[in-house]
Design a protein around this ligand. Structure first.
Ligand SMILES: C[S@@+](CC[C@H](N)C(=O)[O-])C[C@H]1O[C@@H](n2cnc3c(N)ncnc32)[C@H](O)[C@@H]1O
Length: 209
């Protein structure tokens, strides 16, 4: 797939992708915001192995599907790969945009959409079943810690766990930020994970249970 341009249209970020350059079939995605582009190079490098085998991904916090469609297009490309997306999807505009973007990706059949609190859904998923889990939901420290602990159980040995917003500290209504939760997780689970990357995101690999 070749990315041909990123254009502004009606105040929405519209990413145009050519699925088959021979046919010039253009798929538009519509996003009002893009938190993910800056993370793509490191994800492509660290998670390359997922491209070559069936892999199960889980995303906590999907919003309009910006990161989800990138994961589907660049990592979960095997036809048996799957992606589970958890979010409130409570705003109908966000919900419709997520659905439309996932449909435009051509990978709708790979996606399971779970609506509601992450802490509820994470308890109902199969332990040791995911190869990649992206924690990008609630930014309250205690929620991030709970997502991290529950996600660790769901991860296969060798699986990747990625946290967003490690360095985020802008909201005065937050008393505990993601960083404190992620640091606590790394402290308590340090022997069971290898830290692969630590910057705006923290990315670890599960090496033991
Ligand atoms: C930063 S956005 C996710 C962005 C997305 N990963 C991307 O890069 O395009 C965070 C999302 O997490 C969702 N969220 C926040 N707290 C949550 C919770 N406790 N359970 C499930 N979803 C939650 C919000 O509804 C929001 O859509």
């Amino acid at each position: 797939m070749t990315e041909i341009q990123v254009a502004k249209k009606d105040s929405l970020l519209v990413r145009l992708l050519v699925h088959d350059p021979q046919q010039y079939l253009v798929m538009p995605y519509e996003f009002t915001t893009d938190w993910f582009s800056a993370r793509e190079p490191i994800w492509a490098e660290l998670f390359d192995e997922l491209r070559h085998r069936p892999a199960c991904g889980l995303e906590i916090g999907s919003y309009e599907g910006r990161s989800a469609v990138w994961i589907l297009e660049h990592l979960l490309v095997h036809r048996q790969s799957t992606l589970t997306c958890i979010d409130f999807f409570q705003n109908s505009e966000v919900n419709d945009r997520f659905d439309s973007n996932i449909n435009a990706s051509g990978a709708r059949e790979k996606v399971t959409k779970l609506t509601g609190f992450s802490w509820q859904h994470l308890r109902s998923l199969q332990p040791d079943s995911f190869d990649l889990i992206y924690v990008d939901g609630s930014h309250l420290g205690r929620d991030v810690l709970e997502d991290a602990v529950l996600a660790f159980r769901l991860l296969r040995k060798g699986g990747f766990l990625a946290f967003d917003d490690y360095l985020w500290k802008d909201d005065p209504s937050h008393s505990v930020y993601p960083k404190e939760a992620i640091d606590a997780f790394l402290h308590l689970y340090g022997e069971s994970v290898d830290v692969l990357h630590k910057n705006w995101q923290v990315i670890v690999r599960k090496v033991s249970h």
